[in-house]
Write a protein that binds this ligand. Structure first.
Ligand SMILES: C[S@@+](CC[C@H](N)C(=O)[O-])C[C@H]1O[C@@H](n2cnc3c(N)ncnc32)[C@H](O)[C@@H]1O
Length: 323
């Protein structure tokens, strides 16, 4: 008989979510879901810290082999309980997916430069360097000549393939927890959060960290709603201000999302900046409107108007026909 309760449900749900992307995490999550000893192990952690992604990352940090069997995970959790729990309590899950630039770059190409980029929810700021990558959009075209790594997104629809890299005159970001790309511990933890079988993603992350380390970005610590005005003021002194974000607004509560949407709409209407949003469809419902993509796809919009559906990690780009 299956175990019941919130831990079993949470880990079973995670197994379903991980299936296909990480056989290791699927097996680990199913193992925890059915293991009363692990339920007891998890019980003294605060509920938000019981999340599988964090627990598995901490176990890997302390030596659990991944890809690897559930028995290996359990051994590390039980044998190194105090160290693993200290890591779980001290750290958080955080991502920075540079692959998203492959979907965002064509939108940037439609904006008159030089550009002054303000990324809200920038994490380590890896997406602040669209000018440092080459791009391959099979089905639409390519952009080469940056001297940097290539990012690829399968493309459909009338993608406006840029004929040159964006001219970025200034760039800055804000994040509740900005990661310093020059800090080996921070980047090792970021890498440790990439799921075991996602070798391509890990390689892309390593390459992006190397690119970003050459010129670490200016990142402010704090809430995006608080820091947006001053960053935009500064951006306006350097070029066309462009506010950009991907997989961030989902972290705001409903009132915060509304405030952010209203603020951006007002600034765009006043001609103070351009606005590139790349978020899951329910996150900014007034942007999404009738443009609801399939599962795992974001709505990519310019100035609040959807222009494309983008794979959540940037693997594909479906440009929408002009209205
Ligand atoms: C899923 S990550 C995405 C990072 C990056 N935009 C990317 O596409 O790779 C979300 C980021 O948003 C940040 N974040 C969440 N809420 C925030 C807020 N209210 N203000 C600033 N940053 C926030 C988190 O700290 C995290 O770094």
């Amino acid at each position: 008989m299956q175990l019941s309760g919130p831990i079993a449900d949470r880990y079973r749900d995670f197994a379903t979510y991980a299936a296909g992307d990480s056989p290791t995490f699927e097996a680990w999550a199913l193992g925890v879901a059915e293991d009363p000893e692990l339920h007891a192990w998890l019980a003294d952690l605060p509920e938000p810290k019981q999340q599988p992604n964090l627990v598995f990352a901490a176990a890997r940090w302390h030596g659990a082999a991944a890809p690897g069997e559930y028995a290996g995970l359990k051994e590390v959790l039980l044998d190194r309980e105090q160290e693993v729990k200290a890591t779980i309590r001290a750290r958080a899950t955080q991502t920075n997916e540079v692959g998203r630039l492959a979907t965002i770059a064509p939108v940037l190409g439609t904006i008159e430069g030089p550009l002054a980029l303000v990324e809200v929810g920038a994490s380590a700021g890896l997406c602040l360097f669209p000018d440092r990558y080459d791009y391959d959009w099979p089905g639409a075209g390519a952009l080469t000549g940056s001297g940097g790594p290539t990012l690829l997104a399968e493309a459909t629809g009338p993608v406006p393939v840029p004929d040159r890299h964006p001219d970025v005159a200034w760039r800055a970001g804000v994040d509740l927890n900005p990661l310093d790309v020059t800090d080996d511990d921070a980047t090792a933890w970021l890498e440790n959060l990439v799921w075991p079988e996602q070798d391509e993603r890990r390689e892309r992350l390593r390459a992006a960290v190397a690119v970003t380390r050459r010129e670490p970005p200016y990142l402010v610590r704090g809430d995006l709603l608080d820091h947006l005005p001053s960053l935009l003021d500064e951006a306006g002194r350097h070029g066309t201000p462009v506010v950009l974000h991907s997989a961030v607004v989902a972290y705001l509560d409903d009132a915060g999302r509304e405030r952010f949407h209203d603020a951006m709409t007002a600034r765009v209407a006043a001609g103070e900046c351009r606005w590139i949003s790349n978020e899951a469809p329910r996150v900014l419902p007034r942007v999404t409107g009738a443009h609801v993509p399939g599962p795992g796809r974001f709505v990519l919009a310019l100035d609040g108007v959807p222009v494309a559906f983008a794979h959540g990690h940037g693997h594909s780009l479906e440009w929408l026909a002009a209205p």
